[in-house]
Design a protein around this ligand. Sequence first.
Ligand code: A5A
Length: 476
Amino acid sequence: MTFSEWFDWVLREAELYDYGRYPVKGFGVWMPYGFKLRKHVIDLMRTLLDSTGHEEILLPLLIPEDLLAKESEHVKGFEDQVFWVTHGGLDPLEVKLALRPTSETSLTYMESFWIKSYKQLPKKYYQVVSIFRYETKATRAMLRVREVSTFKEAHTVHEDFKDSERQVSEAVEIYSKFFDLLGIPYVVSRRPDWDKFPGALYTIAFDTLMPDGRALQIGTVHNLGQNFTKVFEVKIQKRDESIDYAWQTSYGISERVIATVISTHGDEKGLVLPFKIAPTQVVVVPIPAGSDEEKKKVFLEAGRLSKRLENEGFRAYADLDEEKTPSEKFAYWELKGVPLRIDLGPRELSEGKATVFRRDTLSRLKVPMNELPEVLRRLGEEIDVNLSRRAWEVFRSRAAEVSDLRALEEALKERKCLVEIPWCGSKGCVDYVTGKYGLEALGTPLKVRDDVRNRELRCPVCGGRAVTHMRYARKY
Ligand code: A5A
């Protein structure tokens, strides 16, 4: 099974997300189990943002054409991706309305009324909404959709460039923490100038590797400079009483993050979910045996145990379906990626010990009943650490740093997927590499590395002195 087949299989069989059947291309449907998973991922992000002074807002879905067109680079970047509302009932609208492809323009327009002084700054807004992009590259479930229904966009306003740079660092830190919590490996790169967000000064991107070896952009942070505040006249009074345009940043993630959690940790049996975001963290499966009375007792105790765990704060569930065999239940909950399973039979009850099964390592251990909550909590943490460690191991084994083109070719032959080579700074040298090897440029490390600073490295394409490194991969 290819990765792509596996991904479609798991979304369908684990009942996460129905894609390709709804009769609008690029629009997917979150099913109950997927919706719960999505909610836990969003909650994690909300906690990180709320605790760093971000405030949630909700902007209108529709943006009038003239607002969207105000910043010329921005509109040029998005013009071939916008869905338009052209009619109200039977009447053509005087001004066409865009389904927001992102919200820099609508929010900056409102900020021009709200923000007048440095005293109000920094301001950090965010919203979690649907955005719409008429994507022309091949659409794929969650990975490239036309309704991005889990778009978290943050927008901030600052007194000066320096504070906007501080905000960019904070955003990179928040996203790093977020991906770390989910056990998702990544590299952070400054995108090449020709690949930045339309209207930004520059873009920093988080890329991960999918199991098929292709890089996926899972989050971006943009310094917008004064580009939007100038055209929307967001003027502030500064500390020294002068008047100037405010500075902005924006940063976003989407359901690509959820797709990445699924793809990074899953296996041939299905989902393997991190404990902290699993819709069900612990499932109790009764293993009936013996007399009818003993069987009844096992079901009763399984139900009780799950209630007890719920009271202890776990998302627990007892699978008391009498039509299904235990082994059918095992397969089902493994497919659903539930991190911990408790098998409860007459033996466990008489011993006063439960058999606990770990989804990540497929291993079992016996735990005294009275210690269960404590042990489950510890195992939950261990699972998340283990998933992260495994994912980073795979990620690192697929990345290579090389200093000449022969080594680059070797690395690609060894099926490395992310390669980093010294770079002189010229686009021509990047074009040479991307053209010759069928790769795309991800960008440069945020910090120039010591070996470059010491002027030891040369660009392997032109032989000129390297100013930094460039990272390459095949991209989604
Ligand atoms: N307003 C800024 C934050 C913005 O729109 N940036 S962005 O265009 O880079 O999008 C933010 C993130 O959304 C991307 O890094 C990518 O992970 C995700 N994304 C963008 N287009 C997507 C699509 N069609 N389907 C799924 N995710 C998408």
